[in-house]
Design a protein around this ligand. Structure first.
Ligand code: IMP
Ligand code: MG
Length: 180
């Protein structure tokens, strides 16, 4: 789809995101305060900008790892079937783990990932999602930390894509599809 077929309206400014990320990182730091080491797991690819900012504000010894679960492909509809495309590089057994997600939408992705990682017996595991669309939920799942709750809109920017584009926007915008 060429960019003339949709436009992007700002929903959350870069400044608001930065302020919220700072607060989230403080809460996460307090929660895991006495950890030996926190494994921060980013879900690829949408969380890469968020995890970069969040990790730099977390005042704990941390390790970064990534996991890739299948997403929407190039459509705006969730497939509901979650596949692991790239697994973690490291072990998490007995460790403290923070899963960092861009958006919780239907909840299938986060639920599947948390179930999988829980089966590896981490010491503690919690999730932090930048965005949450609660009205879209199909399975019961809640991340311990959420940046912003948003309405049922398709969003892009700050790492989040539409058909792999617009990840480099510094703000979060909603996609407005132009009528043909
Ligand atoms: P869920 O499994 O339905 O919760 O979907 C979660 C994944 O769908 C997120 O990690 C995103 O990659 C993708 N997703 C959900 N909503 C949006 C959106 O508005 N824009 C871009 N990707 C989205
Ligand atoms: Mg994703």
């Amino acid at each position: 789809m060429s960019s003339s077929q949709y436009s992007i309206d700002q929903l959350i400014s870069a400044k608001s995101i930065a302020a919220r990320v700072e607060t989230l990182a403080k809460d996460i730091t307090n929660y895991f305060l006495n950890t030996e080491k926190l494994i921060v797991v980013g879900l690829l690819r949408g969380s890469f900008v968020f995890i970069a900012d969040l990790a730099r504000e977390i005042d704990l010894p941390i390790e970064i790892d990534f996991l890739e679960a299948s997403s929407y492909g190039n459509s705006t509809e969730s497939s509901r079937e979650v596949k692991i495309l790239k697994d973690l590089a490291g072990e998490i057994s007995g460790k403290d783990v923070l899963v960092v997600e861009d958006i919780v939408d239907t909840g299938h992705t986060l639920k599947h990932v948390l179930q999988l990682l829980n089966s590896r017996n981490p010491r503690r595991i919690e999730a932090c999602a930048l965005l949450d669309k609660p009205t879209r939920r199909e399975v019961e799942i809640k991340s311990r930390w959420t940046g912003f709750e948003i309405p049922d809109e398709f969003v892009v920017g700050y790492g989040i894509d539409y058909a792999q584009m617009n990840r480099n926007l510094s703000y979060i915008g909603k996609v407005r599809f132009n009528k043909q």
